[in-house]
Write a protein that binds this ligand. Structure first.
Ligand code: GDP
Length: 326
């Protein structure tokens, strides 16, 4: 049965050969495990590593692709995107063959599926090598598909590693493609920042640190990373000092961090899964009352967006401009 639209979550399948890094990705992105600890992850023989990340905005499953095991068609019917992980530090011919088989089968069963290829473990490659690997994998994958008459099928490629933020960035892009409300949310964020003297704002899935939307100014990796760090700090502090047995993150969660370069970071929760993290100059933050007022309008608008049917996507909000308050 289909959940109501307000509960609809993007459904993603993570696939790839054994040892390509799927469990590590899952642990690092959804369970806050540090990358080094994945070195000692036990290799399981289970084919499906179901993940019940109830507290995340994303619904997510991990599948190994060993041997001849054929999946039940229904797994493709139910998912919206497949992330296929290829180990770039290993011979990847086998992986490419499996990718091809998976894509053509999944596409036949569910033509709506989006295919995302993570060229993974690129921390071991030089910059030249990375580009070369991406070019080579892209080329071969497209050639294979063309041989099957699937030349119009679009695959997206990402260079990823669990040792830096590239895995979070790639995940963010994958998830954003699955959110029909994205343009509306971007628009709301643009209105919010321009009326509040904010420089950059991200809407985060707190548990995974995937950003599901941001305003339309360009994303700079350093800014994204520092926002991720802020979420970690807030969650850790809540675990230590929060009320026992309570969620680390609730409807009243908020945090302000002042950096010594005159920048202020401001976090406010939006709903059970999502938080807004903003960056602004210290003098803009002097009008915190305006920002808080605008934030409440923004939060209401976001709630409205998720409650109406995804395709109707109307939202409006009446903000106060910080320039009205000299
Ligand atoms: P799975 O069988 O696909 O679930 O693969 P695992 O998650 O068990 O990972 C296999 C090995 O790859 C582990 O030793 C991980 O530490 C390692 N690994 C995973 N991701 C990365 C990465 O981004 N870079 C590097 N260098 N190693 C990785």
């Amino acid at each position: 049965t289909q959940a109501s639209s307000s509960e609809h979550k993007p459904r993603i399948l993570l696939m790839g050969l054994r040892r390509s890094g799927k469990s590590s990705i899952q642990k690092v992105v959804f369970h806050k495990v540090s990358p080094n600890e994945t070195l000692f992850l036990e290799s399981t023989n289970k084919i499906v590593k179901e993940d019940i990340t109830n507290c995340s905005f994303v619904k997510f499953q991990v599948w190994d692709l060993p041997g001849q095991i054929d999946f039940h068609d229904s797994i493709y019917e139910e998912c919206e995107a497949i992330i296929f992980v290829i180990d770039s530090q290993d011979e990847y011919m086998d992986a490419l063959a499996k990718l091809n088989a998976t894509v053509s089968k999944a596409h036949r069963i569910n033509p709506g599926i989006k295919f995302e290829v993570f060229i993974h473990k690129v921390d071991g490659l030089s910059d030249d090598h990375k580009i070369e690997a991406q070019r080579d994998i892209h080329h071969r994958a497209s050639d294979n598909l063309a041989e099957e008459g699937l030349e119009n099928l679009h695959l997206s490629f990402y260079l990823t590693s669990i040792y830096d933020h590239s895995i979070f960035e790639a995940f963010s892009k994958v998830v954003q493609k699955l959110i029909p409300q994205l343009p509306v949310m971007e628009n709301l964020l643009n209105i919010l920042i321009s009326n509040s003297g904010i420089e950059k704002a991200f809407l985060f899935d707190v548990i995974s640190k995937i950003y599901i939307a941001t305003d339309s100014s360009p994303v700079d990796m350093q800014t994204y990373e520092i926002c991720c760090d802020m979420i970690d700090v807030v969650i850790d502090m809540s675990h230590i000092y929060g009320v026992k047995d309570d969620a680390a993150f609730d409807t009243k969660s908020a945090s302000i961090i002042k950096l010594n370069n005159g920048t202020v970071m401001y976090l406010r929760e939006v709903n059970r899964y999502l938080a807004l993290v903003c960056i602004m100059r210290e003098d803009s933050f002097e009008k915190q009352g305006v920002i808080d007022y605008n934030f409440l309008c923004f939060r209401q608008a976001i709630q409205d967006v998720f409650e109406v049917k995804p395709c109707s996507g109307h939202a409006s909000m009446a903000l106060t401009s910080s320039s009205d308050f000299p």
